[in-house]
Design a binder for this molecule. Structure first.
Ligand code: ANZ
Length: 847
């Protein structure tokens, strides 16, 4: 009866947008200021799901908001379309991953259009297109030129059944493969890396710029992932070895307490140190190394594990005491952190203490943690020998006895020139001394590792390197890019420990660009995180055949003003994008150093129906919800459910209620009987005040991403307007039309199809998306009344509700007429009345 035909309205406006392209951004003469709103691009596995529905709803609200504020808004979409799911599907079905990928893309694209997202469909990209991945190769070669891409041997998790490298997350706690169930072994492979560690300090320090604009949780996850430790490198002479061994320590103050050294069993150093050892030592070491390689990194970092290790029968010299200390190998020392070797201080480090207790190694306390470090030294009682009697409640300085290493500050002891210093002063002094002696220096270490980018997989960007028969690495010349993937005809994509590309004879065999001799292509492909590390720049000219992106366009649009996506990308994707942005800055291609100025992590859509499998509720799917409620009701439900960063329980929200509200808003427009030309000034003032209060508050709510509050305010205004129609001035009132128009414009952020139809019904041409957010009239924003205080001889005696526009004479008359005031003045004489309209009247009297 309302005429709110959901299906027809959606179809009509989706077709209109296709025709009118109101969200295109390619007009070079467009003079509007710019905003870049970006949703994380999807991976094309199957159809969109409710998580996408939520993220795209929020991104679209932001994009549509800024358009209403008069901005030229870039809101593009593409597909992160390389990667394992496509490859695995292809292996399972014996098909080409291309078909699976592009079919899914077509499906998702259709869904996005059904959802009415205001993407600029002229800027679509797919990372699996040669036109895109050509530029991954370009980027790789640029980094190779700068020494930022390199090859090195490294230990990887190896599944001997599936013949493939596994990520740490694919190795189960019992050491077996999540894929095949086989016991995972470590294997040394030569892999390509990008030197992100060179950027560790900048990646860490620049996070300060994002404070407040990115979720605090993401900032702290990034900081922890980079994990900067500040301390010193100390060089130890090794008996019978030319070169010294350097260790990283955060506690150089404890150097006098070093009683042994521990190296990582799986590091090169351990292997070298046992090379000339007795058969017995070698055998025990080899056995221990095998044990170690069965452990995951997570297990090795677990502080509660019983300590294990083997002596290497080698000795180091403590650089400050000259003592000879034994060297052990133990798995609590990691090969790829610091220098893979530690100076062990059992008195002050818990892991070292447990190790020392287990293997009966000496423990020497060098910091008296009972000694006060600030304030006056307390007067202690002396015993008969004149020694201070320590209070009983002080913990004993006996870590071996208690099993607890001594933590905290105090005064250095047993440490020669450091004796008496506090921890921090001792650190300063010892680092100075080591630097002077050339045996150590201030140093930083990071948890961050270089980025391993090579994958032994088909469906990714080929690494543009040629291996000469002499072992030389030859970059593919720029003018020969892209190195395109071959057809999968006759190729077995099953993992075999080598990239399937190695078996593509026609592809892998090339000639050496130097002399035409036979050579081989690099068979590995790149981690797909490379693809997504710079895609936001490709959107600026996705079809440019000559360059990855145009620096001039980047200057206009980038960095991204608002990035929207899931918290699952809090670490790697964002870190890699930040890294590549800094590399591009250093190469002179962009003038900014952070890619995403603001970040919104949408919450998750949870469905109890999914979790509680016993109750056979139907699963909540994107296509199902759209079909049942329509895109607008779905979008409105997601926006209204709560703050965008919070999770949504699908059982707690009501798309039918959203539908009902939309129908109610729609009906409002039907009740407007005035023409667009009507003078708003003639309308009902209290409705006009409500409308203009809404106009004034809306931008603050939208810009602080309080979308749910903004929806609630629209609902409010709809109710107020309805009341005026039904019980007040009626549908002909100018204020009703004004309110209906403002509601329609605001609603276009959340329910764009419905809003377009309402706009048309109000007598306007499409599109409401570009109607513009109206300016609030300041004269309608003043409070309707203010409180005036009336004082008699300085004491507040009365309060009056008056118009803010009241003049002094009027206010004085009102005050003097007040019964309360007449009573309080009594028969005293009024000598003076001071009036500050509209807030204050002060009456002075005399007895
Ligand atoms: C001596 C010492 C004395 C240490 C003391 C600590 C306390 P974070 O803060 O995590 O950076 N270490 C160095 N390299 C290591 C490796 N490859 N594997 C395992 N542990 C390693 O920790 C730095 C500390 O961890 C370093 O400082 C070193 O032990 C150890 F009272 O050196 B310390």
């Amino acid at each position: 009866a309302s005429g709110y035909d959901v299906a027809a309205i959606h179809a009509k406006w989706q077709a209109k947008w296709e025709e009118l392209k109101p969200f295109a951004t390619s007009d070079p003469n467009d003079k509007r200021p710019r905003k870049y709103i970006l949703d994380m691009f999807p991976y094309p596995s199957g159809d969109l799901h409710m998580g996408h529905a939520e993220a795209y709803a929020f991104g679209d609200i932001a994009a549509r908001y800024w358009r209403q504020r008069g901005f030229n808004v870039l809101h593009p979409i593409g597909w992160d379309s390389f990667g394992l799911p496509a490859e695995n599907a292809a292996i399972e079905r014996g098909i080409d991953p291309r078909g699976w990928t592009y079919d899914n893309i077509a499906q998702q694209k259709k869904s996005m259009k059904l959802y009415g997202v205001s993407f600029d469909w002229d800027r679509v990209l797919h990372t699996s297109d040669p036109e895109y991945y050509k530029w991954n190769q370009w980027l790789f070669l640029k980094m190779y030129e700068k020494g930022l891409a390199y090859r090195k041997d490294s230990w990887v998790n190896w599944d001997p059944v599936d013949q493939t490298v596994l990520a740490n997350e694919q190795v189960l706690a019992d050491g077996t493969s999540e894929r095949s169930g086989a016991i995972v072994v470590k294997k040394k492979l030569t892999q390509w890396y990008l030197k992100i560690t060179d950027y560790a300090d900048r990646l860490l320090d620049d996070l300060n710029q994002l404070e407040g604009a990115w979720p605090a949780k993401v900032l702290s996850m990034q900081r922890n992932w980079i994990g900067r430790s500040i301390g010193a490198d100390v060089d130890f002479v090794i008996e019978g070895r030319e070169e010294k061994v350097t260790v990283f320590t955060t506690r150089p103050d404890t150097l006098y307490g070093v009683t042994f050294m521990v190296v990582a069993p799986d590091g090169d150093l351990a292997a070298e140190l046992v090379a000339d050892a007795s058969d017995e030592v070698k055998a025990s070491f080899t056995n221990y190394l095998e044990q170690t390689q069965k452990q995951t990194e997570i297990e090795r970092k677990d502080a509660t594990r019983t300590k294990t290790g083997v002596p290497l029968d080698r000795f180091a010299i403590n650089p400050v005491t000259g003592e000879r200390i034994p060297i052990w190998a133990a798995d609590y020392v990691l090969a790829d952190y610091g220098h893979g070797a530690v100076m062990a201080v059992p008195a002050h480090d818990q892991r070292d203490l447990e190790f020392a207790i287990k293997f009966d190694l000496p423990v020497r306390v060098v910091l008296d943690t009972n000694a006060p470090i600030t304030g006056a030294i307390p007067v202690l009682e002396l015993d008969e020998n004149g020694m201070a009697i320590l209070p009983d409640d002080l913990p004993p300085l006996n870590p071996r006895g208690t099993g607890k290493s001594l933590q905290g500050d105090g005064r250095m002891i047993n440490s020669g020139p450091l004796d008496g210093l506090s921890k921090n002063n001792a650190i300063k002094k010892i680092v100075e001394q080591l630097e002077a002696a050339g045996t150590g220096r201030a140093a930083k270490t990071y948890r961050l590792r270089d980025w391993l980018i090579s994958r032994q997989r088909f469906w990714g960007t080929p690494i543009p390197i040629i291996h000469g028969s002499d072992g030389e690495l030859i970059p593919v010349p720029f003018d020969q890019l892209p190195v395109e993937l071959p057809s999968t005809e006759g190729l077995d994509l099953k993992p075999k420990g080598k990239s399937p590309l190695a078996a593509a004879e026609d592809w892998i065999n090339v000639t050496d660009p130097r002399d035409g001799s036979p050579a081989l292509r690099d068979a590995d492909t790149m981690d797909t995180f490379v693809d997504s590390s710079w895609y936001f720049l490709r959107f600026l000219a996705p079809n440019d055949p000559d360059k990855a992106f145009d620096p001039a366009e980047a200057e206009k649009w980038a960095p991204v003003d608002q990035y929207v996506g899931g918290v699952e990308h809090a670490i790697l994707h964002l870190l890699y994008s930040r890294f590549i942005t800094k590399v591009l800055f250093d190469l002179g291609y962009v003038s900014f150093t952070e890619p995403f100025s603001a970040l919104l992590n949408q919450g998750m859509v949870l469905s109890e129906g999914k979790k509680m499998s016993k109750r056979s509720r139907k699963a909540v799917t994107f296509s199902g919800e759209i079909a049942e409620h329509g895109a607008d009701a779905l979008r409105l439900t997601l926006a209204f459910a709560g703050p965008p960063e919070e999770n949504i329980n699908w059982e707690d929200v009501s798309p039918p209620a959203s539908h009902k509200f939309l129908a109610r808003a729609f009906r409002l427009v039907g009740d407007v009987t005035s023409a667009p030309e009507i003078e708003w000034k003639t309308g009902d003032v209290s409705l006009r005040r409500a409308t203009h209060r809404f106009l004034a508050d809306g931008p603050g709510l939208a810009e602080s991403l309080k979308f749910n509050v903004l929806v609630a305010r629209i609902m409010d205004l709809v109710n107020i307007t309805r009341k005026v129609i039904d019980t007040g001035a009626g549908g002909a009132d100018a204020a009703v039309r004004e309110a209906a128009e403002v509601i329609t414009i605001a609603l276009s952020l959340f329910a764009p199809h419905t809003a377009e139809e309402m706009w048309e019904k109000l007598g306007y041409e499409p599109t409401v998306a570009l109607a513009g957010w109206r300016k609030a009239d300041p004269s309608l924003l003043v409070e309707e009344s203010v409180t005036a205080v009336v004082q008699v001889d300085g004491k507040v005696r009365d309060r009056l509700e008056v118009s803010p526009k009241i003049d002094a004479a009027e206010l004085e008359a009102l005050a003097l007429a007040s019964a309360v005031i007449t009573r309080s003045v009594g028969d005293r004489e009024i000598v003076k009345v001071i009036v500050r309209a509209p807030r204050l009247v002060n009456i002075a009297t005399r007895q």
